[in-house]
Design a protein. Sequence first.
Length: 142
Amino acid sequence: MLSFTQLDWPLFASALVSSTLFPGGSEALLLLHLQEENSSVYALVGMATLGNVLGSLITYMMGRFGFQLSHRWFRVSQEKLDRTENYFARFGTPALLFAWLPIIGDPLCLVAGMLRYHLMWFILVVSLGKLARYSFLAWLFI
């Protein structure tokens, strides 16, 4: 059993920052740590996934609570908002599986928050996608 202090906090922090609106390189750090002799694949993949999901949740919350403020400042037309809502209603849930992708992942999470997508579904779907990505990377490079 791993203790709290044995967990890889730099990997967690890198994954968290990588999934917010800031760039990061959690994949490279994960692969580096996987090459170490006493590394636990499950713990490393878990830490990276947890950090990445938490970062996406921060972006979601920025959309959910920051939208009211930004809506006043940026004047998004109701037509654009309706069109975005229709696209997200059609493709939102499956698209959130790809929240780990560069460029489109962060806006997906932000829009999910703006449109008040169900929080538990958001966490579940985003977690599945991010866990699959880190698991695949670990499998590929071990």
